[in-house]
Design a protein around this ligand. Sequence first.
Ligand SMILES: NC(=O)c1ccc[n+]([C@@H]2O[C@H](COP(=O)([O-])OP(=O)(O)OC[C@H]3O[C@@H](n4cnc5c(N)ncnc54)[C@H](O)[C@@H]3O)[C@@H](O)[C@H]2O)c1
Ligand SMILES: [Zn+2]
Length: 280
Amino acid sequence: MIASKIIRVCAGTSKRLGRIFKVCRVDTIMMNKAAELLARSRFAVAFTGAGISAESGIPTFRGFNGLWKHYRPEELATPEAFRRNPELVWEFYRWRMGLIGKAKPNRAHLALAELEKMGVIKAVITQNVDDLHREAGSRRLIELHGNIFRVRCTSCAYRENLKDSGRLESFLREEKLPSCPICGSLLRPDVVWFGEPLPVNALDEAFRLAERSDLILVIGTSGIVYPAAYIPRIVKDRGGMVIEINTEESGITPIVDIFLMGKAGEIMNELVKRIGELMK
Ligand SMILES: NC(=O)c1ccc[n+]([C@@H]2O[C@H](COP(=O)([O-])OP(=O)(O)OC[C@H]3O[C@@H](n4cnc5c(N)ncnc54)[C@H](O)[C@@H]3O)[C@@H](O)[C@H]2O)c1
Ligand SMILES: [Zn+2]
């Protein structure tokens, strides 16, 4: 249950339903506390995962299971799978690009962009490849796992952002394997697959940001994919606070200072309002 719903329940039923009242008080207090900590923070960053895009209609990794021809993403998002069967992997990625291309940022993406404008959030570090933070207006964005709308050559340095070049629709309609316009070699999605290293610059920047942060807002990640999952731990080890928003407990939950259980869009919407009031 989200806090705003709980607050409404409280207003009418707190005397009769003592237990709900207790939950309500804890959640309302937690939400206010989180808003206060964010408003007072010196250098807060956000760290996001697939859960922040769930309300935009993009399935999380677990949600993908069985959604596409009964393959698991782990069987398709690997360099081995691409070497073995590039047609199958490209078919999967064209399907995903089409699905993600129709998605719009939700209230959580928009709230993070708003918090950046307000000077509260200094950067967003994401494991997502869906481009929704950029579309929502986040400016300082570190993409640890690449971007699904970019392709790159398997032989030369060629890279293309299909959204920027206006080629996305025609690219998705094609069925043949895509080839590099410079050298003719096979193109691949510019995303990080299982077993591949993360882009060095993005990871370095994320670690540097984490080292100077006094608060990290962790949203919608299972927190078990490394090295990305080190990021909240770096903040914690250096004495910073960790606030987590998730529909269930994650690998990060044991180190959090505040856990806000619920959907990212609903909680972030509430949080940004309260921070706005505190900063008036
Ligand atoms: N949108 C995307 O770009 C996308 C989608 C699927 C997978 N991935 C990849 O998945 C990998 C796995 O890591 P991950 O931790 O990002 O994803 P994950 O699928 O492992 O975990 C998603 C987390 O989000 C939580 N969650 C689900 N719905 C939520 C909601 N509405 N509000 C708040 N939390 C919610 C779940 O409880 C879970 O903890 C990443 O490397 C990422 O690149 C990305
Ligand atoms: Zn090339």
